[in-house]
Write a new protein. Sequence first.
Lengths: 331, 287
Amino acid sequence: MGLSATAMTPLDHIARRSAWRPLEIVFWLLTLLPFYLTPDYLQLASQIAITALFAISLDLILGYGGLVSLGHAAFFGLGAYAAGLFSKHVWGEPLSGLLLAAVITGLFGYFLSFIIASFRGLALIMITMGVGQLMLEAANSAGKITGGADGLQGVKTWPLFNAIRFDLYGNTAYGYSLAALFVCFLVARRITNSPFGLSLQGIRENSTRMLAIGAPNNAHVRQIFTIAAVMAGIAGALLTQTTETVSLETLSFQRSADLLVVLILGGVGRLYGGIIGAIIYMVARDHFSGVNPQYWYFWIGMLLIAVVVFLPNGLLGGAARLAPKSWRRES
Amino acid sequence: MIGPFIGVLYDGFAYGMLLFLLSVGLSVTLGMMNFVNLAHCAFGMLGGFVTVTLINDLQWPFLATLPVAFLAAAVASVVLERVLYRRFYGKSDLDQCLLTIGIVFMSIASAAYLFGTIQQPVQLPSWLRGSVTIFDRGFGVYRFFLICVALVLTAALIGMLEFTRFGAQVRAAVDNLRMARGLGIDVDRVFMLTFALGSGLAGLGGALAIDITGLDPSFALAYLIYVLIVVAVGGLSSIGGSFVAAVLLGISDTAGKYYFPAISSFLIYLVMVGLLMWRPAGLFGRR
């Protein structure tokens, strides 16, 4: 954007993008507040952190790579089941479970990325949706292993570092999920502010031109898809470990669709969008769905339409238009 | 051995006809405007609920409710097209998906609010119930009726597209939108009518589906996946392709449920993903 105006080199551009803004540091400090302000809602806070991580993972492929996926829950659920089965049959040490889930979803994502990379448009949407449904049906059919519709029972998570127990109030759960979210966020931030991240945005904006300047589009898409799969798997594993159960719902189409709502609500292609969207969505759901979960989707639907019609760049995009120019992010 | 096979073929064909009615409109509108309308099955659900209400609350005869179901879905779709969809032509796939998923969510919640989440009971007239026995095999009368209706409608659709002025305008708009505009065809009007027709057919399909698939608020989402499979496999804006894809899907789904009940849905998705990987533009797609 500002390249020609200020005659920056690409490296200057990246350096400027990747500098930490004061607002970001304030934001991450604020994430510690729930420990003191709302100790009764730490389980919810933990769920929010997990959803935020899941949303960041989708943002990497959707907001940066420009690939629409309606089946991202496939990785979330795979990670959740991997961590759950590992804890049930091997041991319940959380960090190794997380690592295993990450490796498994990473392998699956890498395998799948070869298929994904060569499709665009409707075929891509249908294939991702089909893969998501395939995973759901597979988990449903393999009831002996996964527990089918009853969910996977008997998951036990050992204390963190063999010392910190997962307590009823969710102190550990939130701390654990938040730490995982922060680490993954740092990775995602580093990726998006790298030459690799820029080339991804190039693919999103104009893939033909990227090919013309010699960028290996398919390889880039495969890489980011695999990374996103790993993050989604970690999010799923976190959910398993903090709730000590896995249900088929982790793989459902609903979860993929909800995730899109979260990300669109917050704003696509700006990492924080997923986090803000997760906070608003989960808090609102906690408040309103208690009334009647059936009608909750009426408001979600209306919200979705309103955001698409009035705030094409999500809440953060809308806020960015109001903010003073010096705060604005170049992207 | 051969007996059950013929039964599966018959039921599967009838099911395929149903899927064809539900999906043919989406196939044409998607091909013409490149608009990903995930709310297509919501119009089908609307048709179904119109029929249920008319039969159960107003004691209308079943056949008389079918045109009303068609009209209700067509009118609702035109209103939505005018108010919302129109702004999103030419926008990204993602925006269109989100907008229409939002409509699906709202329609599901509204249906649950108005009708409850239970399966809607519907009483067919006696001449459509029961089955006819030929060579020791029972053939459902209603399925025969369904097949006849669908075949007549298919013939009418193809006739309209091939031999009328309106059909020629539709084909021109599908082939080359800008060129059609340049020739002075009112593409917006053509599209609106096509959209209404397609949604109306979905509404009719929804009304006809009640006896076979049942009707509850999840219809809009549950059958969306089947409809999208038909469209994706059959190829955009190809009536013949949609027909073949719907029949294939109907028969393979019925056969899967009969021979491999445990993994039937798994097989359907596997076949779809496989077919799309082989031919991303669909079996009969041109682009």
